[in-house]
Design a protein around this ligand. Structure first.
Ligand SMILES: Cc1cc2nc3c(=O)[nH]c(=O)nc-3n(C[C@H](O)[C@H](O)[C@H](O)COP(=O)(O)OP(=O)(O)OC[C@H]3O[C@@H](n4cnc5c(N)ncnc54)[C@H](O)[C@@H]3O)c2cc1C
Length: 488
C-alpha cells in the first residue's frame, strides 16, 4: 500500500477518524481487547469472563458479525466477538488518501438498502451524495474506446439491460425470499451471465457495452450466475434504481457506521484473533484461535466470508454444501479496488471496459482536488492485473483516456486478502438453488452469517446486516437449547 494511505486499523487510528467524524464518544463506549498476542488484555467488564466461557461467540467483525453480536448482547447474552484482523469492518475499510476519506471496499448505500439506511439514520450520520456526476462516458467502440453522449448511450444501455432481463420478472416475486419460487429457477439458475449474453445474439458493439457491465458484477461472465443479477434487479424494483444504487455515502465512511453500530451494545471484541478450529460438542462449542487460545460458548455465529470457510477446521462436520461453496467461492475471486490521483483535467469521466482487454473494467470519478487533479476509482476483476504498479495502472487508465497521468495510487486486492479471499458476493450457477437453503440453516450450535448468504442484498452491506441480525436470533435459540448428542 502507498505510504500516504492511512487505514483505520487498530483502536487509536480508528478513534482519530471517529473524532474527525464527531463520533469519538461512541467509540469510547466500545470494549476492544487485544487477541492472541502476549500483550493480550481482557475486555473490560460488560460480559468479559475470566473462564473464557460465553453464551454466544461471534467469529468475524464485519457488518454481519457486528449486527449479530449486537443482537445477542441486547438480549443480555455474554457475547464475545473474535476478529482475525487488527481492525473491524472486514470487506469495508475506511482510510484516507490524498487528504480524502476513501473506502477500499464497500462504500455506497441507497434507500432501498433498508437495513443499512436505518442504521445510518438512527445513528444520526449524515449522508453525502456523490457530488461528481460524470460529464463524459467512455465505452467500447470498434477495436478501442471512445466518448459517447451520456443521454444517448444511457438510453441504449438501458435497452440492452431490458433485453438481458427480459422474461425474468416472475423469478423473484418476493425479492427478500429468493427461493420463494424455486420451481421457476431450476433452468435459469444453470445459466452463466455468458449463457444469457449469448442468447441475445447482440451485435459487436452492443455485446461489448453489455458484457463489461455484467463481467464487473460477476467477476467474469463465465463465472457469475444470471440469477444473481436478476436478484439485484428484483430487489431494486426497477431499472432506474438498479442503475442508481451507488448513490450515497455516510460522511463518516463505513468505518464510522460500523463503530457506531458496535457502540450500541457493550460487546467484548478481541482483535488479532484468527480462529483456527470450531468444535460443537453438542452441549458447548469450543473456538480455538491460531494463537492457541480456547473460548467456549453455548452457540457460535460464524460471520466470516464463505470464501474462507475452508480455512477453519469445523471438527464437528458440516454438510458438503459448505465445503463446495467455499471451494468454488461465493465472492468474486479477483476483485480489486484502486484509487488513483489523476493529474490535469481529464474530465469527470465514467468508463466501462469490455469483458476482455480492459484490466480496469470500470472507472468512476470521485472528487476534484484543490490542485485541480482528480480522484478516480478503478475496479478490476483481472487476475493478472498488477494493481500495485502506478505505471501499470496508468497504462490501464490510458486504455480509456490516452493522455491520463496517474500521480499516485492506493489499492486493495480482496482476492489476495487471506481473511476475505474475494470481494463482493456474486453467486455462481446453482449456488442459489442447490446450496443457499442449507448454508442458511443452523448446524447444531453453529449459525453462519454474512452478505454472501443473505436472503436479500447479497453482495452489499445491507445483506450483511440482514444476515447477521437473523443469525443472532438463531444463535439465541441455539444458546438456550438443551444439550444434544455430541457431533464429534
Ligand atoms: C471492492 C468492494 C466494493 C464494494 N462496494 C459495495 C458498495 O458500494 N455498497 C455495498 O453495500 N457493498 C459493497 N461491497 C460489499 C460489502 O462490502 C460486503 O458485502 C460486506 O462488507 C460484507 O460483510 P460481511 O460481514 O458479510 O463480511 P466481511 O466484511 O468480509 O466480514 C468478515 C470478517 O471475518 C473476519 N475473518 C475472516 N476469517 C477469520 C477467522 N479465521 N477468524 C476470525 N475472523 C475472521 C474478516 O477479517 C472480516 O472482518 C463491496 C465489496 C468490495 C470488496
Amino acid at each position: 500500500m502507498a505510504a500516504e494511505y492511512t487505514p483505520t486499523t487498530g483502536t487509536s487510528r480508528r478513534r482519530t477518524v471517529l473524532k474527525a467524524a464527531g463520533l469519538a464518544t461512541l467509540a469510547a463506549t466500545t470494549v476492544v481487547g487485544a487477541g492472541d498476542g502476549a500483550s493480550a488484555r481482557p475486555g473490560r467488564g460488560h460480559g468479559a469472563r475470566p473462564d473464557d466461557a460465553y453464551d454466544v461467540i461471534v467469529v468475524g467483525a464485519g457488518f454481519a458479525g457486528v449486527a449479530a453480536a449486537r443482537a445477542v448482547r441486547a438480549q443480555g447474552m455474554r457475547t464475545l466477538l473474535l476478529e482475525a484482523r487488527d481492525r473491524i469492518g472486514g470487506r469495508t475499510w475506511t482510510g484516507t488518501f490524498a487528504g480524502e476519506l476513501v473506502e477500499m471496499g464497500g462504500a455506497w448505500v441507497h434507500p432501498v438498502h433498508t437495513k443499512v439506511w436505518h442504521e445510518i439514520r438512527s445513528h444520526g450520520i449524515p449522508l453525502v451524495a456523490d457530488d461528481t456526476p460524470p460529464d463524459r462516458l467512455i465505452l467500447p467502440s470498434g477495436s478501442g474506446y471512445a466518448d459517447f453522449d451520456l443521454a444517448v448511450a444511457g438510453t441504449r444501455l438501458g435497452e440492452l439491460l431490458t433485453s438481458f432481463f427480459a422474461g425474468s420478472d416472475s423469478y423473484f416475486p418476493r425479492p427478500h425470499e429468493p427461493l420463494h419460487r424455486a420451481d421457476l429457477l431450476a433452468g435459469p439458475d444453470r445459466l452463466t451471465l455468458r449463457d444469457r449474453l449469448d442468447q441475445l445474439r447482440l451485435g459487436p458493439r452492443d455485446e461489448a457495452w453489455l458484457n463489461g457491465h455484467t463481467a464487473t458484477a460477476g467477476g467474469s461472465n463465465t463465472r457469475g450466475a444470471y440469477t444473481a443479477l436478476v436478484r439485484q434487479l428484483a430487489l431494486s424494483g426497477d431499472l432506474e434504481t438498479y442503475n442508481g444504487l451507488n448513490a450515497y455515502r455516510p460522511v463518516t465512511g463505513m468505518g464510522g457506521l460500523i463503530n457506531a453500530m458496535l457502540a450500541d451494545q457493550p460487546v467484548t471484541v478481541r482483535l488479532d484473533s484468527p480462529v483456527a478450529a470450531i468444535t460443537d460438542t453438542g452441549a458447548r462449542v469450543h473456538v480455538d484461535t491460531r494463537g492457541g487460545k480456547r473460548y467456549t460458548a453455548r452457540s457460535v455465529v460464524v460471520a466470516v466470508p464463505a470464501n474462507v470457510w475452508n480455512s477453519i477446521s469445523f471438527r464437528s462436520g458440516l454438510p458438503r454444501e459448505f465445503a463446495a461453496a467455499s471451494t468454488a467461492g461465493i465472492a468474486v475471486p479477483h476483485a480489486k479496488k484502486i484509487w488513483m490521483k489523476v493529474r490535469g483535467d481529464v474530465g469527470r469521466f465514467l468508463a466501462q471496459g469490455a469483458e476482455s482487454g480492459a484490466p480496469l473494467i470500470g472507472v468512476v470519478p470521485h472528487t476534484t482536488l484543490s490542485d485541480g487533479s482528480r480522484l478516480m476509482i478503478g475496479f478490476s476483476v483481472d487476475p493478472a492485473f498488477d494493481h500495485t504498479s502506478t505505471a501499470r495502472v496508468q497504462a490501464a487508465l490510458r486504455t480509456f483516456v490516452p493522455q491520463a497521468v496517474v500521480e499516485r495510487i492506493v489499492s486493495q486486492d480482496w482476492g489476495g486478502d487471506p481473511y476475505a479471499r474475494g470481494g463482493w458476493s456474486f453467486m455462481r450457477p446453482l449456488q442459489l438453488t442447490r446450496q443457499l437453503r442449507t448454508l442458511q440453516q443452523p448446524q447444531g450450535r453453529l449459525v453462519f452469517a454474512g452478505s454472501d448468504i443473505a436472503s436479500g442484498w447479497s453482495g452489499f452491506v445491507d445483506g450483511a446486516i440482514e444476515s447477521g441480525e437473523h443469525a443472532g436470533v438463531l444463535a439465541l435459540e441455539a444458546a438456550t437449547r438443551r444439550a444434544t448428542p455430541a457431533r464429534v
